[in-house]
Design a binder for this molecule. Structure first.
Ligand SMILES: [Zn+2]
Length: 343
Protein backbone atom coordinates (compact mmCIF):
# COMPACT_ATOMS: atom_id res chain seq x y z
CA UNK A 1 0.00 0.00 0.00
CA UNK A 2 2.97 2.34 0.55
CA UNK A 3 3.14 4.92 -2.21
CA UNK A 4 -0.53 4.49 -3.16
CA UNK A 5 -1.51 8.07 -2.21
CA UNK A 6 0.85 9.65 -4.74
CA UNK A 7 0.38 7.08 -7.48
CA UNK A 8 -3.20 8.04 -8.35
CA UNK A 9 -4.77 5.26 -6.27
CA UNK A 10 -6.98 5.34 -3.17
CA UNK A 11 -4.77 6.08 -0.15
CA UNK A 12 -6.55 3.44 1.93
CA UNK A 13 -7.31 0.48 -0.36
CA UNK A 14 -5.21 1.22 -3.50
CA UNK A 15 -8.28 1.02 -5.75
CA UNK A 16 -8.24 3.07 -8.97
CA UNK A 17 -12.03 3.46 -9.06
CA UNK A 18 -13.23 6.91 -7.96
CA UNK A 19 -16.00 9.49 -8.33
CA UNK A 20 -14.75 13.10 -8.46
CA UNK A 21 -17.16 15.01 -6.24
CA UNK A 22 -15.70 18.54 -6.27
CA UNK A 23 -12.89 20.40 -8.03
CA UNK A 24 -11.32 23.60 -6.72
CA UNK A 25 -8.82 26.09 -8.14
CA UNK A 26 -7.04 27.84 -5.27
CA UNK A 27 -4.86 30.98 -5.28
CA UNK A 28 -1.97 30.40 -2.86
CA UNK A 29 0.41 33.02 -1.49
CA UNK A 30 3.05 34.15 -4.01
CA UNK A 31 2.09 31.64 -6.71
CA UNK A 32 1.23 32.81 -10.22
CA UNK A 33 -0.70 29.65 -11.01
CA UNK A 34 -3.80 28.60 -9.09
CA UNK A 35 -3.65 25.08 -7.68
CA UNK A 36 -6.26 22.65 -9.05
CA UNK A 37 -7.49 19.93 -6.68
CA UNK A 38 -10.00 17.10 -7.11
CA UNK A 39 -11.86 15.77 -4.09
CA UNK A 40 -13.02 12.21 -4.67
CA UNK A 41 -14.70 9.25 -3.06
CA UNK A 42 -13.35 5.74 -3.56
CA UNK A 43 -15.95 3.49 -5.17
CA UNK A 44 -14.29 0.45 -3.62
CA UNK A 45 -13.91 1.41 0.07
CA UNK A 46 -15.98 4.63 0.34
CA UNK A 47 -13.16 6.79 1.73
CA UNK A 48 -13.34 10.52 0.86
CA UNK A 49 -10.01 12.14 0.01
CA UNK A 50 -8.01 14.49 -2.21
CA UNK A 51 -7.24 12.30 -5.18
CA UNK A 52 -4.54 12.71 -6.31
CA UNK A 53 -3.36 14.76 -3.32
CA UNK A 54 -1.66 18.15 -3.65
CA UNK A 55 2.03 17.63 -4.50
CA UNK A 56 4.20 17.44 -1.36
CA UNK A 57 6.40 20.42 -2.37
CA UNK A 58 3.35 22.66 -2.81
CA UNK A 59 2.00 21.47 0.54
CA UNK A 60 5.36 22.30 2.15
CA UNK A 61 5.15 25.80 0.60
CA UNK A 62 1.67 26.14 2.12
CA UNK A 63 2.84 25.21 5.64
CA UNK A 64 5.73 27.69 5.40
CA UNK A 65 3.62 30.60 4.15
CA UNK A 66 -0.08 30.09 4.96
CA UNK A 67 -0.59 27.77 7.90
CA UNK A 68 1.99 28.12 10.63
CA UNK A 69 -0.11 27.23 13.71
CA UNK A 70 1.46 29.77 16.02
CA UNK A 71 0.20 31.23 19.27
CA UNK A 72 -0.60 34.94 19.45
CA UNK A 73 -0.39 36.78 22.77
CA UNK A 74 2.10 37.26 25.59
CA UNK A 75 3.86 34.30 27.20
CA UNK A 76 2.65 34.65 30.83
CA UNK A 77 -0.97 34.88 29.66
CA UNK A 78 -0.57 31.83 27.39
CA UNK A 79 1.02 29.80 30.21
CA UNK A 80 -1.79 30.69 32.62
CA UNK A 81 -4.58 30.13 30.08
CA UNK A 82 -7.07 27.30 30.69
CA UNK A 83 -6.94 24.32 28.27
CA UNK A 84 -8.21 25.07 24.76
CA UNK A 85 -11.39 23.26 23.71
CA UNK A 86 -9.26 20.67 21.87
CA UNK A 87 -6.94 20.09 24.84
CA UNK A 88 -9.91 19.88 27.21
CA UNK A 89 -11.42 17.09 25.08
CA UNK A 90 -8.11 15.18 25.06
CA UNK A 91 -7.63 15.56 28.85
CA UNK A 92 -11.19 14.45 29.53
CA UNK A 93 -10.89 11.40 27.28
CA UNK A 94 -7.55 10.42 28.89
CA UNK A 95 -9.13 10.66 32.35
CA UNK A 96 -12.32 8.85 31.42
CA UNK A 97 -10.56 5.83 29.94
CA UNK A 98 -8.51 5.63 33.15
CA UNK A 99 -5.02 6.57 31.96
CA UNK A 100 -2.47 7.36 34.65
CA UNK A 101 0.34 9.81 33.90
CA UNK A 102 3.37 8.45 32.04
CA UNK A 103 5.33 9.39 28.91
CA UNK A 104 3.25 11.29 26.38
CA UNK A 105 4.37 12.34 22.89
CA UNK A 106 2.36 14.70 20.71
CA UNK A 107 2.66 14.44 16.94
CA UNK A 108 2.08 17.91 15.45
CA UNK A 109 2.41 19.63 18.82
CA UNK A 110 2.42 23.17 17.32
CA UNK A 111 3.49 25.59 20.07
CA UNK A 112 3.10 23.00 22.83
CA UNK A 113 -0.06 24.34 24.49
CA UNK A 114 -1.68 20.89 24.86
CA UNK A 115 1.54 19.27 26.10
CA UNK A 116 1.78 22.08 28.66
CA UNK A 117 -1.65 21.00 29.99
CA UNK A 118 -0.71 17.29 30.13
CA UNK A 119 2.56 18.15 31.91
CA UNK A 120 0.64 20.10 34.57
CA UNK A 121 -1.25 16.83 35.27
CA UNK A 122 1.92 14.85 35.87
CA UNK A 123 2.80 13.59 32.39
CA UNK A 124 6.36 13.66 31.03
CA UNK A 125 5.91 15.34 27.67
CA UNK A 126 7.66 15.52 24.32
CA UNK A 127 6.48 16.24 20.82
CA UNK A 128 7.36 17.10 17.25
CA UNK A 129 6.22 19.65 14.70
CA UNK A 130 7.43 20.51 11.19
CA UNK A 131 7.16 24.28 11.80
CA UNK A 132 10.40 25.92 13.07
CA UNK A 133 8.46 28.92 14.42
CA UNK A 134 6.10 26.64 16.40
CA UNK A 135 9.07 24.72 17.86
CA UNK A 136 10.72 28.00 18.96
CA UNK A 137 7.48 29.08 20.60
CA UNK A 138 7.14 25.72 22.43
CA UNK A 139 10.58 26.33 23.97
CA UNK A 140 10.16 30.05 24.62
CA UNK A 141 6.59 30.07 25.97
CA UNK A 142 6.20 26.67 27.63
CA UNK A 143 9.79 25.45 28.12
CA UNK A 144 8.97 22.34 26.05
CA UNK A 145 11.79 20.89 23.99
CA UNK A 146 10.06 19.57 20.87
CA UNK A 147 11.63 17.81 17.88
CA UNK A 148 11.64 19.73 14.60
CA UNK A 149 10.12 17.47 11.98
CA UNK A 150 7.06 15.43 11.09
CA UNK A 151 6.04 12.08 12.58
CA UNK A 152 7.84 10.24 9.79
CA UNK A 153 11.23 11.57 10.87
CA UNK A 154 10.64 12.00 14.64
CA UNK A 155 8.62 8.94 15.75
CA UNK A 156 11.11 6.22 14.74
CA UNK A 157 13.40 7.61 17.47
CA UNK A 158 10.73 6.96 20.13
CA UNK A 159 10.07 3.66 21.94
CA UNK A 160 7.83 2.48 24.80
CA UNK A 161 5.65 5.58 24.91
CA UNK A 162 2.56 5.35 27.12
CA UNK A 163 0.51 7.80 25.07
CA UNK A 164 0.60 9.38 21.63
CA UNK A 165 -1.54 12.46 21.00
CA UNK A 166 -2.47 13.50 17.47
CA UNK A 167 -4.85 16.45 17.35
CA UNK A 168 -6.01 17.20 13.80
CA UNK A 169 -3.00 15.48 12.26
CA UNK A 170 -4.18 12.31 10.52
CA UNK A 171 -6.24 14.21 7.93
CA UNK A 172 -3.03 15.99 6.81
CA UNK A 173 -0.88 12.88 6.24
CA UNK A 174 -0.29 11.37 2.81
CA UNK A 175 -0.14 7.75 3.94
CA UNK A 176 -2.25 7.06 7.06
CA UNK A 177 -1.39 3.31 7.00
CA UNK A 178 2.32 4.06 7.26
CA UNK A 179 1.81 6.75 9.93
CA UNK A 180 -0.30 4.46 12.13
CA UNK A 181 2.34 1.73 11.79
CA UNK A 182 4.92 4.22 13.13
CA UNK A 183 2.54 5.23 15.99
CA UNK A 184 2.12 1.54 16.81
CA UNK A 185 5.87 0.87 16.82
CA UNK A 186 6.63 3.83 19.12
CA UNK A 187 4.09 2.80 21.78
CA UNK A 188 4.68 0.39 24.64
CA UNK A 189 2.52 -2.74 24.59
CA UNK A 190 -0.86 -1.61 25.96
CA UNK A 191 0.03 2.04 25.25
CA UNK A 192 -2.67 4.38 24.01
CA UNK A 193 -3.29 6.68 21.08
CA UNK A 194 -5.71 9.58 21.36
CA UNK A 195 -6.50 11.35 18.13
CA UNK A 196 -9.02 13.82 16.83
CA UNK A 197 -9.94 14.58 13.21
CA UNK A 198 -12.75 16.42 11.41
CA UNK A 199 -15.62 13.94 11.16
CA UNK A 200 -17.33 13.13 7.89
CA UNK A 201 -20.91 12.84 9.07
CA UNK A 202 -24.40 14.07 8.18
CA UNK A 203 -23.94 16.61 5.32
CA UNK A 204 -26.30 19.11 7.04
CA UNK A 205 -23.72 19.38 9.85
CA UNK A 206 -20.79 20.14 7.54
CA UNK A 207 -19.91 23.79 6.81
CA UNK A 208 -19.39 25.32 3.35
CA UNK A 209 -15.80 24.98 2.17
CA UNK A 210 -15.26 21.81 4.20
CA UNK A 211 -13.13 20.27 1.44
CA UNK A 212 -9.89 22.16 1.85
CA UNK A 213 -6.33 22.34 0.58
CA UNK A 214 -4.47 20.99 3.60
CA UNK A 215 -6.92 18.19 4.44
CA UNK A 216 -6.06 15.14 2.36
CA UNK A 217 -8.54 12.83 4.16
CA UNK A 218 -12.17 13.15 5.33
CA UNK A 219 -12.73 10.30 7.76
CA UNK A 220 -16.02 8.59 8.44
CA UNK A 221 -16.06 6.92 11.86
CA UNK A 222 -16.25 3.36 10.48
CA UNK A 223 -13.39 4.01 8.07
CA UNK A 224 -11.10 5.39 10.78
CA UNK A 225 -11.98 2.65 13.26
CA UNK A 226 -11.21 0.06 10.57
CA UNK A 227 -7.91 1.75 9.78
CA UNK A 228 -6.93 1.66 13.48
CA UNK A 229 -7.94 -1.95 13.83
CA UNK A 230 -5.86 -2.86 10.77
CA UNK A 231 -2.88 -1.08 12.33
CA UNK A 232 -3.08 -3.23 15.49
CA UNK A 233 -5.15 -0.96 17.72
CA UNK A 234 -8.28 -1.72 19.70
CA UNK A 235 -10.73 1.19 19.71
CA UNK A 236 -11.59 2.01 23.33
CA UNK A 237 -13.81 5.03 22.82
CA UNK A 238 -15.14 7.02 19.84
CA UNK A 239 -16.76 10.41 20.40
CA UNK A 240 -18.39 12.52 17.73
CA UNK A 241 -18.96 16.13 18.77
CA UNK A 242 -21.11 18.19 16.41
CA UNK A 243 -21.56 21.30 18.56
CA UNK A 244 -18.23 22.47 20.06
CA UNK A 245 -16.50 23.51 16.83
CA UNK A 246 -17.85 25.03 13.61
CA UNK A 247 -17.54 21.57 12.02
CA UNK A 248 -18.06 18.06 13.52
CA UNK A 249 -15.03 16.44 15.13
CA UNK A 250 -14.35 12.83 16.06
CA UNK A 251 -12.05 11.87 18.94
CA UNK A 252 -10.90 8.28 19.30
CA UNK A 253 -8.95 6.63 22.10
CA UNK A 254 -7.32 3.36 21.00
CA UNK A 255 -5.04 0.86 22.69
CA UNK A 256 -2.13 -0.99 21.14
CA UNK A 257 -3.14 -4.62 21.47
CA UNK A 258 -0.96 -6.52 19.07
CA UNK A 259 2.72 -6.57 18.43
CA UNK A 260 2.29 -6.66 14.67
CA UNK A 261 -0.22 -4.83 12.47
CA UNK A 262 -2.67 -7.16 10.78
CA UNK A 263 -2.58 -8.07 7.13
CA UNK A 264 -3.75 -5.17 4.98
CA UNK A 265 -6.43 -7.43 3.44
CA UNK A 266 -8.38 -6.99 6.67
CA UNK A 267 -9.27 -3.50 5.40
CA UNK A 268 -11.87 -5.17 3.19
CA UNK A 269 -13.93 -6.13 6.21
CA UNK A 270 -14.66 -2.46 6.98
CA UNK A 271 -15.61 -1.36 3.49
CA UNK A 272 -18.92 0.40 3.06
CA UNK A 273 -18.67 2.26 -0.25
CA UNK A 274 -22.40 3.05 -0.44
CA UNK A 275 -22.34 5.17 2.75
CA UNK A 276 -19.24 7.09 1.62
CA UNK A 277 -20.61 7.70 -1.87
CA UNK A 278 -23.94 8.94 -0.52
CA UNK A 279 -22.32 11.24 2.05
CA UNK A 280 -19.79 12.69 -0.40
CA UNK A 281 -22.30 13.41 -3.17
CA UNK A 282 -24.92 14.84 -0.78
CA UNK A 283 -22.37 17.16 0.81
CA UNK A 284 -20.96 18.30 -2.55
CA UNK A 285 -24.47 19.18 -3.77
CA UNK A 286 -25.20 21.11 -0.58
CA UNK A 287 -21.83 22.93 -0.69
CA UNK A 288 -22.50 24.02 -4.28
CA UNK A 289 -25.86 25.51 -3.24
CA UNK A 290 -24.31 27.35 -0.28
CA UNK A 291 -21.59 28.87 -2.47
CA UNK A 292 -24.14 29.86 -5.10
CA UNK A 293 -26.10 31.74 -2.42
CA UNK A 294 -22.91 33.46 -1.19
CA UNK A 295 -21.94 34.37 -4.73
CA UNK A 296 -25.38 35.93 -5.40
CA UNK A 297 -25.17 37.98 -2.18
CA UNK A 298 -21.68 39.24 -3.05
CA UNK A 299 -22.70 40.10 -6.62
CA UNK A 300 -24.60 43.10 -5.16
CA UNK A 301 -21.39 44.59 -3.72
CA UNK A 302 -20.18 47.46 -5.93
CA UNK A 303 -17.78 49.12 -3.50
CA UNK A 304 -14.09 48.26 -3.01
CA UNK A 305 -13.66 45.28 -0.65
CA UNK A 306 -11.11 44.87 2.14
CA UNK A 307 -10.77 41.19 3.12
CA UNK A 308 -9.64 40.00 6.53
CA UNK A 309 -7.53 36.83 6.61
CA UNK A 310 -5.04 35.64 3.97
CA UNK A 311 -5.56 31.92 3.82
CA UNK A 312 -7.21 28.94 2.25
CA UNK A 313 -10.76 30.04 3.03
CA UNK A 314 -10.06 33.33 1.30
CA UNK A 315 -8.74 31.31 -1.66
CA UNK A 316 -12.02 29.35 -1.67
CA UNK A 317 -14.05 32.57 -1.55
CA UNK A 318 -12.11 33.93 -4.53
CA UNK A 319 -12.59 30.64 -6.42
CA UNK A 320 -16.32 30.23 -5.77
CA UNK A 321 -17.47 33.86 -6.11
CA UNK A 322 -16.80 36.85 -8.34
CA UNK A 323 -15.57 39.08 -5.50
CA UNK A 324 -11.88 39.09 -6.58
CA UNK A 325 -12.26 42.08 -8.95
CA UNK A 326 -13.51 44.27 -6.07
CA UNK A 327 -10.80 43.34 -3.57
CA UNK A 328 -8.30 46.13 -2.94
CA UNK A 329 -6.38 44.57 -0.03
CA UNK A 330 -6.18 41.61 2.35
CA UNK A 331 -5.22 42.02 6.02
CA UNK A 332 -3.78 39.37 8.34
CA UNK A 333 -2.44 39.39 11.90
CA UNK A 334 0.46 37.11 10.93
CA UNK A 335 3.41 39.42 10.10
CA UNK A 336 5.02 36.70 7.94
CA UNK A 337 2.24 37.23 5.38
CA UNK A 338 2.61 41.01 5.21
CA UNK A 339 3.68 42.36 1.81
CA UNK A 340 2.95 39.09 0.01
CA UNK A 341 0.51 38.49 -2.82
CA UNK A 342 -2.56 36.25 -2.95
CA UNK A 343 -4.10 35.93 -6.39
ZN1 LIG B 1 -10.44 2.96 -1.34
Amino acid sequence: MAGAPLSGLCALCASADRDIIQSQSLALLNRDQACGIDFSVCRTCGHIQQWPPVAPDLMAHHYRSFATYEEFGDAPRLRAAPPSRHAARFLKLATEIGLSAGRAYEVGCASGAMLHQFRSRGWQVQGCDPSPSAISQAAAIFGIDADLGDEESALPRQRDLDLILACHVLEHLYDPHAALARFHAALAHGGHLILEVPCATTPERLPPGWFTFEHLHYYQSGVLEGLLSDAGFEVVQTRIDTVSEHYPVMAIAARKFQDKPQDKLQVRRHRDPAAGLHLAHSYAARDKLLWTATSLRLACVQEPVFLYGAGIHTAQLLDHTGIASNVIAIADRDSKKWGQTQA
